[in-house]
Design a protein around this ligand. Sequence first.
Ligand SMILES: Nc1nc2c(c(=O)[nH]1)N[C@H]1C(S)=C(S)[C@@H](COP(=O)(O)OP(=O)(O)OC[C@H]3O[C@@H](n4cnc5c(=O)[nH]c(N)nc54)[C@H](O)[C@@H]3O)O[C@H]1N2
Ligand SMILES: Nc1nc2c(c(=O)[nH]1)N[C@H]1C(S)=C(S)[C@@H](COP(=O)(O)OP(=O)(O)OC[C@H]3O[C@@H](n4cnc5c(=O)[nH]c(N)nc54)[C@H](O)[C@@H]3O)O[C@H]1N2
Ligand code: SF4
Ligand SMILES: [Mo]
Length: 713
Amino acid sequence: MRRALDTAITVKAVCPHDCPDTCGMVVTVDTTSGRAIDLRGDKEHPFTRGFLCQKVNNYLERVYHPDRLLHPLKRVGRKGEGKFTRISWEEAVRTISEKFKEISRSDDGPQSILPYSYAGTMGKLMYSSLDRRFFHRLGASLLDRTICATAGAVGCDVTLGTRAMIDPEAAVNARYIVNWGSNTSVTNIHFWKVEHEARKLGARIVTIDPYKSPTAQKSDWWIPIRPGTDAALALGVMHIIFREGWQDDAYLSNHCVGEKELRDRALNEYPPEKVSHITGLSVEEIERFAREYARSQELFGGPALIRLNYGLQRHGGGGMAVRTIVCLPALTGDWKHPGAGAFLSTSKAYPFDDHYLTRPDLIPRGTRTINMVNLAEALHGELPGPPVKALFVYNSNPAAVNPDQSRVLSGLAREDLFTVVHDQFQTDTADFADIVLPATTQLEHFDIHNSYGHLYVQSNNQAIAPLGESKPNTEVFRLLARAMGFEPELFEESDEQIAARSIRDGAVFPSPARREGKEQPEALRGITLDATKAGPVRLNLPANWAPFANGEFPTLSGKCELYSEREARAGRDPLPHYVPPHEDPQTKPELAAKYPLQLLTPPATPFLNSTFVNVDTLRKNAGERTLEIHPTDAASRGIADGQMVNVFNGRGRFRAKALVRESVKPGVVVSLGLWWRKFTDDGANCNTTTSTATTDFGGGATFFDNLVEVAAL
Ligand SMILES: Nc1nc2c(c(=O)[nH]1)N[C@H]1C(S)=C(S)[C@@H](COP(=O)(O)OP(=O)(O)OC[C@H]3O[C@@H](n4cnc5c(=O)[nH]c(N)nc54)[C@H](O)[C@@H]3O)O[C@H]1N2
Ligand SMILES: Nc1nc2c(c(=O)[nH]1)N[C@H]1C(S)=C(S)[C@@H](COP(=O)(O)OP(=O)(O)OC[C@H]3O[C@@H](n4cnc5c(=O)[nH]c(N)nc54)[C@H](O)[C@@H]3O)O[C@H]1N2
Ligand code: SF4
Ligand SMILES: [Mo]
């Protein structure tokens, strides 16, 4: 025991997962064996404060999992059969580069190669650096990475010119906190802690969600909105604010454009009775919410904050819903107060030099872009441009996470498709690979991180040597670039050199002052790589930073655009409005006659998207695949609590155990978690039923815009 302690060192690391919290971690390594023996939260991290979620508390089980991929493999069985044999890195790199050269020389050219990645790791180097440079230099098709956040990103941009953001540490000042399509207590646990601290000081916590999520259960008030109707609710709230004269006239006239137009729209078109019909909420609920939200100063002693997240974006009108909701703090003037207003993501507060990291200038002119949500269509040759002949997957598990799973799988099963998968595990996607490459985990490589849930820059120091022959993403693309004969100056800097330069040459936080040539406080000024290696460093932003307290919106007008001239010029409605879901019982009665239930499939607490499903402890915590259904809907289908059911529509089906609960309203059903096919009895997950239709803004995914029927098995 003592001996082990004598030879142990601690290393500061960062959780790399797609989660707003970006926790600081401390890894204890036994220097004799070189093994990590302990991993816990970094107590010195000002925001994540020493605790981790259940997923990453079990991280060493993932790092040292017996199923870790440790060597490159090549396929020996049929496509998708999952039979592989070990090969050397030299053979793997030669096979891939020869194939890429052959495809590039063919008539279809390099655009028939498609990179496919998302957020298996959020480190700046591993998420997007040499990989992007490589595919840009190669002239491969571009991938539009829309699967999660683009609807709301573009929605925010229309109104605010950037993401809705606050200083998350200041949110303790808020006195009315609205979790709007956000399961904060599960998906953002450190912010939930801040909400909880505000509550101890008198704040009310409200959750707007069709599902009584863990967050809704712990809130003071659950507002069970009908899926995909949030814009209508927000416009109803505006109607009541203008009707009652509760708006902040000074903020509106100084910092906004389009107040009059928006007022007319809300007053004429969104009376509470109509909003009640659309949202399924009572007029009393809508009136009460508007009053409490708009008058939080008098009623609860402080400003209001909307924590809006991703749940409400995954519908046909998800972009417009976000554009509309982020108008609200301008009406109330909540932006004036630190920690109040609306909060989607802090990522834009970090002026990392993404141009340098990814080198978009290398992209050949006219290169086509493929929306990742449409992978099924891309693999079946249904998109414009050359066929997809090769697919290179990293940081993602599309066989589990993409909509229209059956068609994704039949596409991946094409014998003529050359597929490479770089991952830490033999995922459902890796089963379809021709070449599998082993990836390092976060303990085995260096990276630098921003965050979308706080304001600290952090370095992830390498704690242990790579397991087996696994390699980090950057190293894989260095090897491939050499084999392709690409310019060494694009690829031969070390990871630490790249990280240092990405913060040194950061652009400034965009604001109107910048356009006028005035110098902005540079959020990264003075922050060195060495400092971030020693611990989290806060961006150079004042304590209690309130980015829009004095307006300064980075829009074309420099104001909050309640009316958007840019939208008008693009031939779209310049004002917020309600866009119904693609599959809505109110607007698509014929479809709803066959498939009457709106299915939501949000994440399960013990998993992170499809990551961790293969970690035994966490899979046990997740239990079985379930479907929560209201007693009335269960009774009319003869479904008993605990019975197995089929969930299906025209796209596909999957099995789950019925939980008959009032956690949903009639007409809504919920199935949690993105399971791996190989851990199910029917070889399918919820994404067999989801659609590849995209959102109004940003080409985002519409996972929760999904009509199904349910039948007892
Ligand atoms: N434990 C855990 N944490 C995670 C993740 C995970 O998989 N597991 N995933 C991470 C990632 S990648 C992301 S993007 C975030 C997502 O973070 P969140 O956005 O908080 O997560 P979701 O659970 O997808 O959606 C939040 C809630 O929105 C509700 N919702 C669905 N449709 C609507 C609607 O039309 N209107 C409203 N108002 N609510 C609606 C859902 O029922 C759900 O309870 O979480 C991150 N954190
Ligand atoms: N039905 C439904 N579908 C959804 C969602 C939903 O709520 N419902 N959520 C959606 C959302 S919000 C998101 S963000 C997407 C997530 O989609 P993905 O980003 O594909 O997420 P994961 O399932 O976590 O898969 C990430 C993979 O990257 C691998 N990986 C981790 N680190 C590294 C690394 O350093 N190098 C390499 N090469 N690989 C690595 C992991 O092992 C894992 O297999 O899923 C979406 N799909
Ligand atoms: S997944 Fe999120 S909460 Fe869990 S350790 Fe990572 S950053 Fe923290
Ligand atoms: Mo996500």
